[in-house]
Design a protein around this ligand. Structure first.
Ligand code: C2E
Ligand code: MG
Ligand code: MG
Ligand code: MG
Length: 282
């Protein structure tokens, strides 16, 4: 609709772009203050062990409670935080908070933390992790680091040694959103991940669509054959759960088990997760 407006149209788009830039600058300024103003919060989503039929860990998911705009989803501010370098400081806070919270959970319950590429390349991830573990006294075996393949893709030579060092310390590495990139398979053979998390886009149609189920099944078998734990993300229904229970799927995560909840709810989620019954979404 730019054509009909002529000069007026151009001005319209210019001011719209200016407004966008301005709101981005405002968001960036707010983001800089957010850590010290204690506006960040971690929510925890259960990882459900299929064989044991109970919760075996939680993924930490960042929430920003903005003073005037309310809760902002990670996809709306993490890309910006990465662009302006703030993700290093935010990521350090996330690691610390997650380890401190996990240290209060029963032994054996793990915590999974998402880490951005920038934390590997411009921060000192090893040092951040070591400090978080020392402060919390959490055993390294209870910490899982989740990375997406874009982390490896762009900075392979820098990232691989850090991943090896993390594993040397007993920390587990998961490949997140598996299957969404275009080079997933080659990365699987060049680095021994402890776990792959199959992206939620693959689970959607497995109940109604034979081809979708065949693809899911093949990815699970691949991960299993390579000796990795396999988690399926985005499980929302009982039927999906039941189908996956017949496969070599080690863990599921999704609204069917529970949505991400505040740290306060973790004990209750664990209490409701018994080997015989299923945890209901809440
Ligand atoms: P992710 O690591 O793949 O996390 C899973 C996302 O799927 C979460 O979105 C979760 O709320 C959502 N989810 C869980 N179960 C279901 C389900 O059954 N159905 C559907 N449709 N979605 C489900 P969320 O919390 O909005 O986070 C989005 C992404 O933001 C994460 O994807 C992760 O890449 C990033 N992120 C979150 N927290 C952090 C963090 O602390 N650091 C970094 N670097 N990235 C983070
Ligand atoms: Mg993740
Ligand atoms: Mg994911
Ligand atoms: Mg297996």
């Amino acid at each position: 609709h730019a054509k009909s407006g002529g000069r007026r149209g151009e001005r319209f788009f210019t001011s719209e772009m200016e407004a966008q830039l301005e709101s981005r600058r405002a968001l960036e300024a707010d983001l800089r203050k957010a850590i010290h103003s204690e506006e960040f919060e971690l929510h925890y989503q259960p990882l459900y062990d299929m064989a044991e039929r109970r919760i075996c860990g939680f993924e930490a998911l960042l929430r920003w409670n903005h003073p005037t705009r309310g809760r902002i989803a990670p996809m709306e501010f993490i890309p910006l935080a990465e662009e302006v370098g703030l993700i290093v400081e935010i990521g350090r806070w996330v690691l610390r908070r997650a380890c401190l919270d996990a240290a209060t959970w029963p032994d054996g319950i793990k915590v999974a933390v998402n880490v951005s590429a920038i934390q590997f390349t411009s921060g000192d991830l090893m040092d951040d992790v070591s400090k978080a573990l020392a402060l919390s006294q959490l055993s390294p075996g209870r910490l899982e680091i989740e990375i997406t393949e874009s982390v490896l893709m762009e900075n392979r030579d820098e990232v691989l040694p850090i991943l090896h060092a993390l594993r040397q310390r007993g920390i587990r590495i998961s490949m997140d959103d598996f299957g969404t990139g275009y080079s997933s398979l080659s990365y699987l053979s060049s680095f021994p991940f402890d776990k792959i998390k199959i992206d939620k886009s693959f689970v959607n149609d497995i109940v109604d669509n034979k081809e979708a189920f065949a693809i899911m099944r093949a990815i699970i078998l691949l991960g299993d054959a390579l000796g990795m734990r396999v988690t399926v993300e985005g499980v929302e229904s009982e039927q999906q759960h039941d189908l996956l229970a017949q496969e070599a799927c080690d863990e599921i995560q999704g609204y069917h088990i529970s949505s991400p909840r505040p740290a306060f709810d973790v004990p209750q989620l664990l209490a409701r997760s018994r080997p015989t019954g299923k945890v209901r979404a809440m």
